[in-house]
Write a protein that binds this ligand. Structure first.
Ligand code: OAD
Length: 251
């Protein structure tokens, strides 16, 4: 695979690298994306499933939908894209993953510095007393489980539409993006804000912004380099270049 010379030069000199990821990076693990023809939002309505009012109106339905997605995630495995990102930690001083995904696959692939902007489907908490629960601790036989301490409804620890992002996570992620030397934007339509500000933060800090996507997005005209292709093919190829560049550098 041939890459632009300017990109390779930036990679060679980079110390701090950020990967800002969206649903597209997990598509090759069999997890559906949100938008596009096969996307979840073609079949389900976010206003009925992914916001707090919907949960209060019909907690069992929302819980069931998350159970369905959790099962897909549990059965999925990190793919070559997640694994290549994790391996980048061997070649750069600082690698951050900023993800909109709730599927935990970056962590399972071995990445160690992860900012989860939209939460994590494997965690849950009580809407009243905020006690956290793992799945093993929940009795899910009769629909949405209740808190053992106060009887409140248990919800997944994900960010729903209309809810704020975890503020400290978002501000740390923005800082990481701003101080990065290269920022990869992988498999996201980059239309959901404030997460979609991350590439702009990177750019405003002088980072070289590289998009990896199977098709052009709203962001494509604002990035320094747009690579068209599957994350599971492009990222391992980038890793191979990094290995060559960083080995040469240390000689
Ligand atoms: P989207 O479904 O909006 O976008 C997925 C992107 O991945 C699209 O641009 C695809 O072209 C691209 N893509 C698909 N397969 C790919 C592959 N194999 N390699 C590379 N790119 C690929 O998903 P997000 O941008 O993650 O939020 O969506 C952002 C947020 O909207 C989600 O976190 C979720 C959703 O509603 C909440 O639930 C709050």
């Amino acid at each position: 695979m041939e890459f632009k010379e300017e990109f390779l030069e930036r990679l060679k000199n980079a110390r701090s690298v950020v990967f800002f990821t969206g649903a597209g990076i997990s598509a090759e693990s069999g997890i559906p994306t949100f938008r596009g023809n096969e996307g979840l939002w073609k079949k389900f309505r976010p206003e009925e499933l992914a916001n707090f009012d919907a949960f209060i109106r019909n907690p069992d339905l929302v819980w069931e939908w998350y159970q369905y997605r959790r099962k897909i995630v549990e059965e999925a495995k990190p793919n070559k894209g997640h694994l290549a990102i994790a391996e980048m930690e061997n070649y750069f001083e600082d690698v951050s993953v900023i993800t909109q995904n709730v599927d935990n696959l970056h962590s399972r692939a071995g990445s160690t510095k992860i900012f989860e902007l939209h939460g994590n489907i494997e965690r849950n908490y009580c809407i009243d007393c905020k006690t956290f629960y793992t799945h093993e601790e929940l009795n899910e036989a009769g629909g949405v489980p209740k808190c053992k301490l106060c009887g409140g409804l248990i919800r997944p620890d994900v960010v729903w539409f209309g809810e704020p992002l975890p503020q400290n996570v978002f501000s740390s992620a923005e800082r990481a993006a701003r101080k990065s030397d290269v920022c990869f934007v992988v498999g996201t339509s980059a239309v959901v804000y404030p997460a979609a500000y991350i590439p702009d933060s990177a750019k405003s800090g002088g980072s070289y912004v590289v998009e990896v996507n199977i098709e052009p997005t709203d962001l494509s005209y604002r990035v320094d380099y747009s690579i068209t292709g599957k994350a599971g093919e492009i990222l391992p190829a980038v890793l191979e270049e990094v290995k060559k560049l960083k080995t040469k550098e240390s000689k």
